[in-house]
Design a protein around this ligand. Structure first.
Ligand code: SF4
Ligand code: SF4
Length: 102
């Protein structure tokens, strides 16, 4: 799942440099997360770094971007240029839900 930043954000600037995927940037009013770059920190860390540092706990998961660990890992490998995008990663980037393997 990608994460998103709610309007409770106080623009403290703490999360942006902690993101290993450069997924966080300043939006029109508050910080925003690019869901096509967020891997929930899969591939880098055991837990989302932005959630760990946010002082007001305003970074929940996006219910419209339910993604398996496999998709998040595929996105990580795509972002790191370790391999070309897979069909799952392309579907994830397009916002489509990806079926879980049996
Ligand atoms: S969960 Fe990780 S990859 Fe996603 S925005 Fe937060 S720090 Fe970046
Ligand atoms: S750490 Fe939390 S409050 Fe601070 S800029 Fe990021 S989302 Fe906003």
């Amino acid at each position: 799942m990608a994460l998103w930043i709610t309007d409770e954000c106080i623009n403290c600037d703490v999360c942006e440099p902690e993101c290993p995927n450069q997924a966080i940037s300043m939006g029109p009013e508050i910080y925003i997360i690019d869901p096509d770059r967020c891997t929930e920190c899969v591939g880098h860390f055991d837990a989302p770094q932005c959630v760990q540092v946010c002082p007001v706990d305003c970074i929940p998961i996006r219910p419209d971007r339910l993604e398996s660990r496999e998709v998040l890992m595929a996105r990580y490998r795509w972002l790191m240029r370790l391999e070309p995008p897979t069909a799952e990663a392309i579907a994830a980037a397009a916002g489509a839900s990806v079926p879980q393997p049996d």
